[in-house]
Write a protein that binds this ligand. Structure first.
Ligand code: ATP
Ligand code: MG
Length: 277
């Protein structure tokens, strides 16, 4: 088995076994408030992949993301991120999180918000180094010329870009995103998805995206996992064979349209409690 260091920010290194997946969940179940929220989840996500989770409201998508981030402990089963527990991986800054709400600090400008988590994680960095890193990440998300603006001067889409920049500033191997574009209008959402795709292609991150949008899941992902309800579980998985690089014209491809119909059918079945599995 070949083992070699993978890139991690600030000279940190983690090791990944080449025949393993970067993210692996085996038999993960979560019980909260005496409710079986997640049941027997198996996931195998290769390094550099783009995976979406889709399913009815309340089926446990956010909980699963929190399990992967080390924020919720599984009641049974195990999760590994590059061979580490999620808590260890998070400690090594291998996990970046983006939520539906950008949660920026209102009194800080975009560049300071973008570098904020990095500043907390690495106290040795000077103010100038943090600014430079923040600016680099804002450039990456297409907000380079808005560095001086504070959150109230930015649109919702721009604030989400800052939140993505803030997560990327840590140079995490894994980006976990929970409905990051859920509050945006359809057209802004399309262009944010396309930007995310380009960032993914440039950075090689492994991305797990929770979304309610069938089109978004197919436009962006290599694999889509459908979660069902009561209990939350993976009911079906769909490979998206559309070639990369993809742009928004992919939505007019007959294969895209076929996948939309297929995923919609899967999603409908996932709304049945204890249904298709
Ligand atoms: N801290 C908690 N304590 C008790 N129950 C919880 C907790 N967090 C989530 N749950 C329950 O777990 C289930 C799944 O919640 P979760 O937020 O993961 O769903 P979701 O798929 O992300 O839904 P949505 O699409 O609406 O965001 C729900 O029934 C919710 O009430
Ligand atoms: Mg959720």
């Amino acid at each position: 088995m070949r083992i070699e260091p993978i890139r991690a920010a600030g000279g940190r290194s983690a090791h990944i076994r080449h025949d393993d997946d970067l993210i692996s969940a085996k038999g993960v179940s979560v019980v909260m408030a005496r409710q079986l929220v997640l049941s027997n989840i198996d996931l195998a996500i290769p390094k550099g992949s783009f995976v979406s989770l889709i399913g009815p409201s309340g089926c446990g998508k956010s909980t699963l993301l929190k399990v992967l981030a080390g924020l919720v402990e599984p009641t049974s089963g195990s999760v590994s991120i590059a061979g580490l527990s999620p808590v260890e991986a998070a400690r090594k800054r291998m996990i970046g999180l983006v939520f539906q709400d950008a949660n920026l600090l209102p009194w800080k400008n975009a560049v300071d918000n973008a570098s904020m988590l990095l500043g907390i994680a690495d106290r040795s960095l000077s103010r100038a180094q943090l600014k430079a890193r923040g600016q680099e990440m804002l450039d990456l998300v297409g907000l380079g010329d808005s560095a001086h603006k504070r959150p109230h001067e930015l649109s919702g889409g721009m604030r989400q870009r800052v939140a993505i920049a803030r997560a990327l500033a840590l140079d995490p191997a894994v980006l976990l995103m929970d409905e990051p574009f859920g509050a945006l209008d359809a057209i802004t959402r399309d262009s944010m998805g396309q930007s995310l795709l380009e960032i993914w292609q440039r950075t090689g991150k492994t991305i797990v995206l929770v979304t309610h949008s069938i089109d978004e899941a197919i436009h962006l992902s290599r694999h889509v996992h459908v979660l069902g309800i009561k209990p939350g579980r993976i009911t079906e998985s769909l490979d998206i064979g559309l070639p990369y690089p993809r742009d928004l014209s992919v939505t007019e491809d007959p294969e895209f349209v076929r996948l939309v119909v297929q995923l919609r059918t899967m999603l409908r079945a996932s709304h049945q409690p204890g249904g298709a599995s």
